[in-house]
Design a protein around this ligand. Structure first.
Ligand code: ZN
Ligand code: ZN
Ligand code: ZN
Length: 483
């Protein structure tokens, strides 16, 4: 359960690249909420697009492109494995990590993952994507900065008004169109290892016409799901005969099925957010405001190794009954249930998202009555996870228990959402989604019960579907934590 506003980040963003301005998590220092406070540590914002679903389509295993890519490697640096030994939360993933400035010395070592950027963003992926594009009957994918481009190349490019676009034709060689001033950053990103041609354009060039010229006649193009409208409309003009569809129709099948390296990255993100939840009981006190607690949590999210804070929900007392409440100046009182739903993005690009419900002192009796129902429902939905079970069956496993106990009308949202490079992505764990789970699917299981105006509760873990069942990536106790 997240509401994505803007994000705060530990990254530095050059002045020329902040066209959308520095922003911060809503209600936190630098954000738009009332009572803005001075920051405890400097954080600079990298504007991020909001996150939401892609569109249908199936993965297609395809003819490898690597041989034709290899032929072009002469003018590029050949792919080199960049191995990073992760200590604690300070994982960096090759070039992406360097740019993200990932190190967090002094953190406790709670995870120790060895991974490589080549594992996480393999150079063969662009070939898989090209084959899937051809199989979907699409002539080319046009991937502007965002999670689709990062998934395919590892390049965490900034979304800007100047066009950066990876063009993946169904037939022919992929190429990356970049503004000339972005060329050094692009070449030093993981995209520099792919062996694809970089086509730099100058300030007075028309990059949309350039793409159209190189692409030739096309009937159907797949646009990155998060391409800006200003760019999709320019492409419509530059490629007037081409039907525009979502690149997600090609990429969803690939992105849903996480590789072992992606699961390891999600596991690392889960451990990092668990370490933040472990600190929450010490931060929640009667007399503090939600915003004060939220500011401390945001700092802890960065200190635990995240590159950005995506969202901080601290819903106390009646605010706990509003699933997407974020922060307010409400003073936390004795006897308040408090829903704390938090997450961020790791330097790897992969996201965390976990909710626990706390109680400041002894909670109201009617709250305790349903909290146990919720705990059983969350457990049942996690236990239902295995290959072949549909997304809607996982939702039903939680919903039945809550409905049978008489709280059905108070469970007002779907049970979960996929997670990866985006906090909310496919698959959605919701009635009507008959997609069967497969090994590598990663998603939240987060039922909630909300008595409007009084109080509410939610428990959220990230679960990965394995060959035989499900594995939770969050380990904090799920019983009500009285602080
Ligand atoms: Zn949400
Ligand atoms: Zn959440
Ligand atoms: Zn969630």
């Amino acid at each position: 359960m997240t509401r994505r506003g803007a994000r705060i980040s530990s990254r530095d963003v050059p002045a020329d690249r902040t066209t959308a301005g520095h922003r911060a998590v809503r209600g936190l220092p630098g954000g738009s909420g009332p009572g803005v406070r001075t920051r405890g540590r400097p954080v600079s914002g990298k504007p991020r697009p909001p996150r939401s679903p892609g569109e249908g389509g199936e993965p297609v295993a395809g003819a490898p492109l690597s041989t034709s890519i290899a032929g072009r490697r002469g003018r590029r640096t050949p792919p080199q494995p960049v191995t990073t030994r992760s200590r604690g939360y300070g994982t960096t993933f090759g070039e992406a990590g360097k740019r993200g400035g990932g190190g967090h010395e002094g953190c406790n070592t709670l995870v120790d993952v060895t991974t490589t950027s080549l594992d996480l963003y393999p150079v063969t992926r662009v070939a898989d994507v090209r084959a899937a594009t051809a199989a979907a009957g699409i002539d080319a994918l046009l991937l502007t900065p965002g999670p689709d481009l990062r998934y395919v190349t590892g390049y965490d490019a900034l979304p800007l008004e100047r066009l950066t676009c990876l063009v993946v034709p169904a037939e022919g060689e992929p190429f990356l169109v970049v503004p000339r001033l972005e060329l050094p950053a692009a070449e030093h990103s993981p995209a520099g290892r792919l062996g694809v041609e970089f086509v730099a354009w100058d300030e007075t060039d028309d990059p949309f016409a350039l793409v159209a010229r190189r692409l030739g006649p096309v009937a159907r193009v797949g646009l990155a799901d998060r391409m800006w409208a200003m760019q999709s409309l320019r492409f419509r003009s530059a490629l007037p005969g081409a039907e525009q569809v979502l690149a997600g129709s090609v990429l969803r099948g690939l992105r849903m099925r996480k590789s072992p390296a992606e699961v390891a990255a999600l596991r690392e993100a889960g451990a990092a957010i668990d370490a933040v939840h472990a600190q929450v009981p010490g931060l929640l006190k009667a007399g503090r405001t939600e915003r004060e607690v939220g500011k401390d949590i945001a700092e802890a999210i960065l200190a635990a190794g995240h590159a950005t804070v995506d969202f901080v929900i601290v819903g106390s007392g009646p605010n706990s009954a509003s699933p997407h409440h974020e922060l307010s100046d409400r003073v936390i009182q004795a006897g308040d249930p408090v829903v704390v739903d938090i997450g961020g993005q790791m330097p790897s690009g992969y996201c965390s998202d976990s909710t626990r419900t706390y109680s400041v002192g002894e909670p109201p009796a009617d709250f305790s009555a349903y909290y146990e129902v919720l705990r059983r429902a969350q457990e049942a939905a996690c236990a239902a996870v295995r290959p072949g079970v549909t997304c809607e069956a996982v939702d039903a496993a939680a919903r039945e228990i809550i409905a049978d106990a008489g709280y059905g009308e108070h469970f007002i949202h779907r049970t979960g959402h996929g997670i990866g490079l985006e906090t909310h992505e496919e698959p959605y764990i919701v009635a009507g989604n008959t997609e069967p789970l497969a090994p590598g699917f990663a998603f939240s299981v987060e039922p909630g019960i909300y008595l409007a105006g009084r109080h509410g509760a939610r428990i959220e873990d990230i679960v990965v579907c394995t060959e035989t069942g499900g594995a939770r990536l969050n380990d904090r106790p799920r019983g009500l934590v009285e602080v």
